[in-house]
Write a protein that binds this ligand. Structure first.
Ligand SMILES: Nc1nc2c([nH]c(=O)n2[C@H]2C[C@H](O)[C@@H](COP(=O)(O)OP(=O)(O)OP(=O)(O)O)O2)c(=O)[nH]1
Length: 171
């Protein structure tokens, strides 16, 4: 069931990898999903495209300038009364050293150690694919479909199964 009253946000985030590690940022306590670890980024503001928003967020949060590559994950996830349309892009650092300017903390985490961190529900399929080594440097897109969990008991719960729509070619 489509909830027309639901606020929807387009959110862009970055997959930044170096030497088998992934850059994660920790959300501030007391905020939505406080203290969870996530892929750095944020909401796309009116008048911005995804690239502009992601570049702005990474400069504000981490003080880095990045080159933005292809999208590797897309999902729509319902958090109670709001819906997040999350897109994760492969990025590489052009300038600057990531610093926790406007995030609680940053950490480079080994792709095989991601399960030690707590992530927002919207990210879980992507984190699983990443830790299984299924997200290559290009082409693969994981599309988790729509996963709307209505906290309002009067509404239907609609959960569509997640799916991987593209895999790297077999060698
Ligand atoms: N950046 C980022 N956000 C994520 C991820 N996964 C996920 O569910 N989100 C959610 C958390 C937030 O609800 C939203 C990101 O928006 P945000 O960080 O600008 O929002 P916020 O509420 O912290 O900030 P604000 O409204 O105060 O500006 O997307 C992720 O991997 N990275």
């Amino acid at each position: 069931m489509q909830d027309e009253g639901k606020q929807s946000f387009r959110v862009v985030a970055a997959l930044i990898r170096q030497e088998g590690k992934v850059l994660l940022t920790q959300r501030w306590p007391g905020k939505h999903l406080g203290l969870t670890w996530e892929f750095p980024g944020g909401k796309v503001e009116i008048g911005e495209n995804d690239n502009q928003a992601l570049k702005r967020e990474l400069l504000e949060e981490l003080g880095i300038d990045v080159e933005i590559g292809t999208c590797c994950f897309e999902t729509r996830h319902g958090y109670g009364s709001k819906e997040v349309h999350l897109l994760i892009y492969r990025c590489s650092i052009l300038n600057g050293t990531p610093t926790a300017i406007d995030v609680k903390a940053i950490e480079w985490v080994g792709e095989n150690e991601l399960s030690t961190k707590s992530f927002p529900p919207a990210d879980l399929l992507f984190v699983q694919e990443l830790s299984l080594g299924r997200i290559g440097t290009e082409e693969v897109v994981v599309n988790a479909g729509t996963n709307i969990e209505n906290e309002d008991e009067e509404n239907d719960i609609v959960i569509k199964p997640a799916q991987v729509i593209s895999r790297p070619p077999r060698k």
